[in-house]
Ligand binder design. Structure first.
Ligand SMILES: [Zn+2]
Length: 183
């Protein structure tokens, strides 16, 4: 399912096909359009480091920034942190969602977010905004469970609004990024 920032309008048809229990989860998800993230200077500085980390083309530096960013956001919102893994190219078996994956593990280990930094098709480094949006998207799945205490994390309108609210709270639109090629 593509990321549609700030999606609004009539509810998509799949809402109506949900079983009643999940429809209630979707309704609860839709009731929360923003997350109360107060991004201080350190979080903003991390966001500003992202374009140059991506420009190295290496997962190591990107993972360091992405992990710190995720930890900072989790700390600010009072939820347990996630482990962030940045890898080069998405393996074909993970054909699903864009460039990221959220895995809730068992209770003993931390949930894991994987973000791929190269496009699936042409193997080029993804644009800064795409990368950050993907990271925030996967974090929103984590926050659905650990902050909002939803039983399931669905791609509702509220979900995409929360994802956008994090992007704006980080002032991420103001970060200058060299134009990257996506494909
Ligand atoms: Zn998702």
């Amino acid at each position: 399912m593509p990321i549609v920032p700030g999606q609004s309008g009539p509810r998509p048809a799949w809402y109506r096909r949900l079983p009643p229990a999940l429809r209630r989860v979707a309704a609860a998800s839709d009731r929360v359009p923003t997350l109360p993230l107060n991004a201080g200077p350190s979080l903003r500085a991390l966001v500003a480091r992202l374009p140059s980390a991506l420009a190295t083309g290496r997962p190591g530096p990107v993972q360091v920034v992405a992990q710190e960013l995720a930890e900072g956001i989790c700390r600010a919102l009072g939820v347990p942190p996630v482990v962030v893994r940045v890898e080069r190219r998405r393996p074909p078996l993970h054909g699903g969602e864009l460039q990221g994956l959220y895995e809730a593990t068992d209770r003993r280990s931390r949930p894991r977010v994987t973000v791929w930094m190269l496009t699936a098709k042409r193997g080029q480094v993804v644009a800064y905004r795409t990368f950050l949006r993907t990271l925030l998207h996967e974090l929103c799945h984590h926050l659905d469970y650990d902050l909002l205490r939803l039983r399931d994390s669905l791609h509702t309108q509220g979900f995409y609004q929360r994802e956008s609210s994090l992007f704006h709270a980080l002032d991420a639109g103001r970060v200058d990024a060299p134009t990257s090629i996506e494909g």
